[in-house]
Design a protein around this ligand. Structure first.
Ligand code: CP
Length: 309
């Protein structure tokens, strides 16, 4: 089997993504039952975080342990990456020692170089361009609570950055309608938007959330925007998601946020406690969906009947 990478949702077919979500739901049920399923005993993964992470790192490291694999964490600060070792060389060394690599790095092009030079699967653990792992958890969560996301209306409010880009890709892959409300100076990447079959920009937050089944936002100053916080708060203020805005969506609307959230900025201070918010289930599903992804990339299948030990 030739190796596959997961740098973007567009790297997988619609059928593969659908199958991953079903597998992630099964992993969630198995976790709740306390099932032990360890098909990856003897395998090793490198979890490389050049930027801070709580959920993504935890989901990979806990998930790999639950699958029987071992995870080695590498940061820029404590490895030769911080001293300028070329990514091409890193890719070759990783390929000699481990079975799979997850990397969070600002530049998508660095991730692509790693994948081009590695003979093992590379997973995008977030770049400034895309955050595809988060979308697996978001779609899983929506489908667990509301059924198929196909044909549903989703609103993304705020910064046209990595989460927005992955929502555009997701709207193509899962066939849902995406309405994006963002400031003119913070529009999504024009190429990604142009290639999104089901995504459109709208003028106002109210237009975006009208009849929405799901409302999503992200922080106004992501990693890479350090020092712009005060200026951004002013620009993004009309795009805050609060209870009154959610009232304009469908009565059974769900609210998601990839976290960490800044209460009082992109969301009202009480929104995470609103019954329409499903952010904790969404965060928990990072674990199950990333396990499904790793299983697929290493074993070449998902949806297999697990062998319990
Ligand atoms: N949502 C997300 O990627 O969280 P972390 O930055 O904590 O990994």
């Amino acid at each position: 089997m030739s190796k596959r990478d997961f740098l973007s949702l567009l790297d997988f077919s619609k059928a593969e993504l659908g199958s991953l979500i079903e597998r992630a739901k099964t992993f969630r049920e198995m976790h709740a039952r306390g099932d032990v399923y360890q098909p990856l005993v003897g395998r090793t993964a490198a979890v490389i975080m050049q930027l801070s992470s709580t959920r993504t790192r935890l989901a990979f490291e806990a998930g790999l342990a639950q699958l029987g694999a071992h995870a080695v964490f590498l940061s820029t600060k404590d490895s030769q990456m911080g001293r300028g070792e070329p990514i091409e060389d890193l890719a070759r060394v990783l390929s000699e020692m481990v079975d799979i690599v997850m990397i969070r790095t600002l530049e998508q092009s660095d991730m692509q170089t790693l994948a081009d030079y590695a003979s093992i699967p590379v997973i995008n653990a977030m770049s400034s361009l895309l955050h595809p792992c988060q979308l697996l958890a978001d779609v899983q969560t929506f489908e667990e609570l509301r059924g198929s996301i196909k044909g549903k209306r989703v609103a993304f409010l705020g910064d046209g950055y990595n989460m927005c880009h992955s929502y555009i890709n997701a709207s193509t892959q899962w066939d849902f309608e995406l309405r994006i409300a963002c400031p003119d100076a913070h529009q999504p990447n024009a190429d990604i938007l142009a290639n999104g079959h089901n995504a459109q920009r709208v003028e106002t937050a109210s237009e975006a959330v009208a009849d929405a089944d799901l409302v999503v936002t992200d922080v106004w100053s992501s990693m890479g925007h350090e020092g712009q916080e005060a200026q951004r708060r002013e620009i993004f203020e009309p795009y805050q998601v609060n209870e009154a805005l959610l009232d304009q969506a469908k009565s059974d609307v769900l609210f998601m946020h990839c976290l960490p959230a800044h209460r009082g900025e992109e969301i009202s201070s009480t929104l995470l406690d609103d019954p329409r918010s499903v952010v904790w289930q969404e965060a928990g599903n990072r674990l199950h969906s990333q396990k499904a992804l790793v299983e697929f990339l290493l074993l070449g299948h998902n949806g297999a009947t697990p062998t319990l030990s």
